[in-house]
Design a protein around this ligand. Structure first.
Ligand code: BES
Ligand code: MN
Length: 463
């Protein structure tokens, strides 16, 4: 069987692949915050990928959607054929900043240090390692002279950490339509269920994120002079945001749960069968206990129930003033059936209804995206599970994730093709935080999984 040769090649070449991944993570391709402009890292990472794809004989394009966006890398495998299905692979080469805080990093975030089998570097897990695994699987197959079982189109963006502006425009303008019809999209930007617990992720939660500002006096004023006669925006805001979650863990915004479907018994059973150590969560997170809608098991709360969080609260300063304004950032994670526009309207309406009528408030900087969900019975679930099994030599589990990848929903809607989420990272990889890391053993098993995935997907449809 042809797959055997590619797997043997991967096993033989893995150290070389690791060295190349180290070169990739040494490029500081930060797309967020004040580090974003530094060192031209974004352009360099884009160039690194172009080189990689060109060496594999891919038709490679650096797509500059507009002047002020980072380039998309679009690369198509050699000799595409109408007799083979086409699979899209999405990933991102941009990374988060390193000032969170910089002093908490135990290593130089761009030195590609290896510790106990982990690559410790910004972007190692989110998302350079996992997306690079897919490139190396292709390289191995081509190196042993196998023809690719599927045509592949890689789309690696440079703005995932700052809103995917170029990519959403590219998708909306039909940039992917030339590859239609797609069999599926494959993405490794989620996590495994745990160490040695590889998984296929069936769903991602959607998101509603908004920032609210409540306005008071024209500038900060002395609270001795003017206390008792003007409204204090800090007070107004905390009153408006008070008890958005009740003692039962229910979100109290009217109509918030509109459209939420109960979980099927089959999915309930799937998640009930996974080991959960609540005490380990508490230890890992440094909290005394876990909360929420306790009638739902922990994994259902994490993956299948909507959330509401106040991400930021600020106003005034620690002195005796009445502040001019107060601000909060609020985000909700959405589940299948919830409409982001509707949730945003409900949330805004509820907050405004709790503010005095003559108080000015402003909502801005929204992110809105519905949840993504792949049906348990979809015919590609089986080949994906088989591939993970081959790659890891372990029985995979089905999961969902609580996080959001808005562009996934756009890609799924535009292409009409399902998205297979095959995460290679761990929830302990410190995404966005200091000392981000990625297991090099999972990198190796991930490359094997990817090769097996092309193989099994090629067999999934009669040609
Ligand atoms: N890779 C994550 C998404 C993710 C997080 C998937 C947790 C599974 C579990 C992605 O890079 C991310 O952080 N997305 C943001 C999107 C938001 C800013 C619109 C998120 O989920 O907060
Ligand atoms: Mn991220």
């Amino acid at each position: 069987m042809a797959l055997g040769n590619a797997l043997a090649q991967i096993d033989a070449q893995v150290q070389r692949y690791i060295d190349q991944l180290k070169d990739f993570v040494r490029i500081p391709s930060v797309s967020t915050g004040t580090d974003a402009q530094a060192d031209g890292g974004v352009a360099q990472a884009a160039e690194f990928l172009v080189d990689q794809f060109v060496q594999m004989g891919f038709r490679t394009e650096k797509v500059q959607v507009s002047n002020d966006t980072n380039p998309l890398i679009l690369a198509q495998s050699p000799e595409p054929s109408p007799n083979r299905p086409t699979v899209l692979v999405y990933g991102h080469y941009d990374v988060q900043g390193v000032d969170n805080p910089r002093s908490a990093w135990e290593v130089d975030p761009f030195a590609a240090e290896e510790r106990d089998g982990f690559l410790v570097a910004r972007g190692a897990s989110d998302n350079k390692g996992p997306s690079f695994a897919h490139l190396k699987a292709v390289e191995a197959m081509l190196a042993v002279g196998d023809s690719l079982p599927v045509d592949l189109v890689f789309l690696i963006e440079g703005e995932e950490e700052c809103g995917s502006r170029a990519l959403s425009q590219f998708v909306a303008e039909g940039g992917l339509d030339q590859f239609a019809p797609l069999l599926c999209t494959v993405i490794s930007d989620t996590s495994m269920y745990g160490p040695d617990k590889p998984s296929l992720t069936l769903g991602l939660r959607g998101i509603v994120y908004t920032e609210v500002e409540v306005f008071g006096p024209a500038q900060d004023i002395h609270s001795g002079l003017f206390g008792n006669i003007v409204r204090n925006p800090n007070q107004l805001l905390v009153d408006a945001l008070a008890r958005l979650i009740d003692t039962e863990g229910r979100i109290s915004v009217p109509d918030f749960y509109a459209g939420v479907q109960p979980l099927s018994a089959r999915e309930k059973d799937l998640y009930a069968a996974l080991d959960v150590d609540e005490e380990a969560y508490c230890r890992e997170l440094g909290v005394a206990s876990l909360v929420g809608e306790l009638e739902y098991p922990l994994l259902e709360r994490r993956w299948t129930r909507p959330t509401l969080d106040i991400n930021f609260l600020g106003g005034g300063s620690p002195r005796t003033i009445i502040p001019a304004t107060a601000k909060a950032a609020i985000s909700c994670r959405l589940v299948p059936g919830q409409d982001p526009e509707h949730v945003l309207a409900a949330l805004e309406g509820h907050i405004r209804s709790r503010l005095p009528e003559d108080t000015r408030s402003e909502f801005k900087n929204q992110h809105l995206s519905p949840a993504y969900y792949l049906d348990l019975d979809h015919p590609l679930v089986e080949p994906a599970l088989k591939a993970i099994h081959t790659g890891f030599g372990l029985e995979p589990v089905l999961t969902r994730e609580g996080g959001s990848i808005p562009i996934v929903v756009d890609i799924a809607a535009r292409t009409g093709a399902p998205v297979l989420l095959v995460g290679l990272g761990q929830i302990t990889d410190n995404w966005h935080g200091p000392n981000e890391c990625f297991s090099l053993r999972d990198f190796h098993r991930g490359i094997r999984t990817s090769a097996a995935l092309w193989h099994h997907l090629g067999q999934a449809v009669p040609t």
